[in-house]
Design a protein around this ligand. Structure first.
Ligand SMILES: [Mg+2]
Length: 160
């Protein structure tokens, strides 16, 4: 089976051309959470994504559909991002996507699913009759830059 996202982005979420989506009749965005909005593992919201979200907020209705099951984490996300989030989604099942549609009060064809996983995000969006945007996962943010910097600095003291 071939999966063809409506938009294939050669970059992460911040490389999405929002003007193009608006022109295509998209009024709502349903985001994947882990690795799409937040950095993998660390759950860090980068300044770049935060800024991009501010722009996205002004033109689109937003929701999050995640397979993540951790209630506390999802509560934090709702609070931090101020976007309704449906967890435990069991993507690529359609249920959570259709639930998000209810929240957004939009038709399926007016919504684009944005995610980094073809077999969950893209397939699920397609099944729900939505447009789909496949992005690269965000870079891992396990180590802040300054730690990496100090690690490099430490190397100077190692004799080989
Ligand atoms: Mg993901």
């Amino acid at each position: 089976m071939f999966l063809k996202p409506t938009y294939l982005i050669d970059g992460d979420i911040t490389d999405i051309n929002l003007e193009l989506l608006l022109a295509d009749g998209v009024k709502g965005l349903i985001f994947d959470l882990d690795s799409t909005l937040l950095a993998p593992r660390s759950g860090i919201l980068t300044a770049e994504v935060e800024q991009w979200l501010t722009v996205a907020r002004s033109g689109f209705k937003l929701a999050i559909v995640s397979n993540n099951k951790e209630k506390l984490y999802l509560d934090k996300v709702r609070y931090l991002l101020d976007i309704p989030a449906i967890g435990h989604a069991a993507k690529p099942r359609r249920r959570a996507f259709l639930q998000a549609l209810q929240l957004l009060q939009l038709e399926a064809h007016e919504v684009a699913v944005v995610g980094d996983r073809p077999l969950t995000d893209v397939l699920g969006g397609l099944r729900a009759g939505m447009k789909t945007v496949l992005v690269w996962p965000l870079k891992s943010m396990n180590e802040p830059d300054w730690i990496t910097f100090f690690r490099k600095l430490e190397r100077c003291f190692i004799k080989t």
